[in-house]
Design a protein around this ligand. Structure first.
Ligand code: FAD
Length: 487
């Protein structure tokens, strides 16, 4: 930077890829200085690397963010490498007076930000951080004793009594600055970051299903508000319908904020009071997201260790064959297989089916929940450090405020209840499409003539069940009971 131009300010984007309701960007733009925006890919050795599907999303998300920033008068520079040294170099070589970012809540992310803040402050550069990710920060919602909640219902009740600031409009114009040539030479074109898969390119299904970016998030949300919110409380459990908002990857990468969602839904209810019940249910899911972030904040071990130490002695079975059948959607249980194939093909799975497939892995196959968590982490476009870890522990029964272990989903009755016409199974398990609905969720009970008519040969065109439900259930319960103190 030349010495006669005033110092620019920096915005470091991380999981907050939007212009609207972005407190860090708004505060930087309000300084009146030139604003240099950047992201660092690779972050730090201590951060968990993103899975394949999330990397694909990140590529599209960064591209969309760069385009939006350019339309507003700025640009997005991309750097690769360990964040502490990259950020320090960017700050030094731009001569920036201040840096702005939105906070993250995992232990490694906080340690990284604290280290960066110290290095910058020691060099006289002000670091300003904001809440751009949650409705309320983890330490703001506590019980009467001032301690974090372990149980969702009182957490939700407390959130409902709190006010929420208005969402921020996007800055009308962002006065972008000019990057010094020494730094420009170190920026990496998006295409060269290798975020998209190439050989093989397995992302075709993801491209068909999704559009990353703030504009696409806004469109999806508007569509949900006008068409999906009414009936949400019932439809959200029907995987064959588009009965949920499908905003999870957009929320994961910060392309829309929970605060924008909250205020828009509340305004919609004010206009149409008959939406109140559906809206209440929907907003409670947004609060689950905050809740899992506060749990991760206060229990940073959540993605790697059972929260309940009683599960440390659990005799998990390590069977690569059944794990592979689960991952590939070849367990012989149609609702489980449909879910696992939806995940593989589209990078997303319906919430009800996430619960069924996770329960099947942990309880029917007695596989360590961490193996399922890792598979979801790699294959979900919305893979989220807080929601994924907390949800897996919730299903396993090892987490805070979890479903009890002895609640074991029956994959047949779950299929019949939530996919009664079989449309979901027929979409993702096409080899069963010709089977009448009566047998669709338990093809092994179909008479040979019916199977033949549907072109199905069990064990050949579609697998036989890899475990028998009743026996697997009994084995899970016995294993569970054999561990002292788990009841
Ligand atoms: P909607 O029903 O429209 O809900 C709106 C938003 O609320 C979601 O986008 C999400 O941000 C939040 N939300 C909804 N349900 C939950 C929940 N149970 N816990 C926390 N937040 C919730 N969600 C993720 O975002 N990332 C994950 O990695 C993830 N892994 C999961 C793993 C398992 C085993 C299970 C059972 C659930 C997981 N979930 C995860 C929660 C939930 O399944 C998804 O958030 C939801 O399916 C996303 O679809 P949607 O946006 O249409 O949800």
């Amino acid at each position: 930077m030349s010495t006669d131009s005033p110092s620019p300010v920096l915005v470091w984007f991380r999981d907050d890829h939007r212009l609207a309701d972005n407190p860090a960007l708004a505060a930087a733009a309000a300084t009146g200085s030139q604003v240099l925006c950047f992201a660092v890919i690779g972050g730090s050795d201590d951060l968990r690397p993103l899975g394949g599907a999330a990397r694909w999303w990140l590529h599209g998300s960064l591209r969309a963010l760069g385009e939006s920033l350019e339309q507003a008068g700025a640009s997005l520079a991309l750097f690769e490498g360990p964040a502490p040294s990259v950020v320090e170099r960017v700050a030094r070589e731009t001569g920036a007076s201040a840096i702005f970012w939105n906070r993250r809540y995992g232990a490694a992310e906080i340690a990284l930000d604290t280290a960066v803040k110290k290095r910058l402050t020691d060099s006289g550069i002000k670091a300003h951080s904001f809440n751009g990710r949650l409705l309320h920060e983890p330490w703001d919602i506590v019980n009467q004793a001032g301690r974090p909640f372990q149980v969702f219902t009182p957490y939700l009740r407390t959130v409902m009594t709190r006010g929420l600031k208005a969402a921020l409009a996007p800055p009308k114009r962002i006065p972008g600055g000019i990057w010094p040539s020494s730094l420009l030479a170190s920026t990496i074109p998006l295409e060269e970051l290798g975020l998209e898969p190439s050989s093989p390119d397995w992302a075709g299904g993801l491209r068909t299903a999704w559009r990353p970016g703030e504009e696409a998030a806004r469109k999806s949300f508007r569509h949900f508000l006008s068409k999906g919110l009414r009936g949400y409380a019932e439809n959200r459990d029907r995987p064959s319908l588009i009965g949920t908002s499908r905003l999870s990857p957009h929320l994961r990468f910060g392309e829309i904020s929970p605060r924008q969602i909250w205020h828009a839904v509340t305004a919609q209810v004010a206009e149409h009071p008959s939406l109140a019940r559906d809206a209440e249910k929907y907003l409670s899911e947004i609060v689950w997201r905050d809740f899992s972030h506060q749990l991760l904040h206060f229990h940073p071990h959540l993605p790697v260790r059972s929260h309940s130490s009683r599960f440390d002695a659990f005799p998990w079975i390590d069977d690569p064959k059944t794990l592979k059948a689960w991952r590939r959607g070849r367990t012989g249980y149609p609702i489980v297989d449909a879910g696992m194939r939806q995940l593989w093909q589209t990078g997303w799975m319906h919430n009800r089916v996430r619960m069924i497939t996770a329960s099947f892995l942990v309880k029917h196959l007695l596989t360590d929940w961490r193996k399922g968590e890792a598979w979801f982490w790699d294959t979900l476009v919305d893979a989220d450090p807080a929601n994924n870890a907390f949800s897996w522990q919730w299903v396993a029964g090892s987490g805070p405020d979890s479903a009890p272990f002895h609640r074991i989903f029956n994959p047949v009755t779950q299929g019949e209840k939530f996919d009664p016409d079989g449309d979901y199974v027929r979409t993702f398990v096409p080899e069963l499409a010709g089977l009448p609905s009566t047998f669709l969720h338990h093809p092994w009970d179909a008479p040979p003539a019916v199977l033949q008519e549907a072109g199905i040969s069990l064990g050949e065109t579609y697998p036989e069940p890899i475990v028998v439900h009743g026996l697997a259930r009994e084995r899970a319960l016995q294993t569970f009971r054999s561990l002292r103190g788990l009841e």
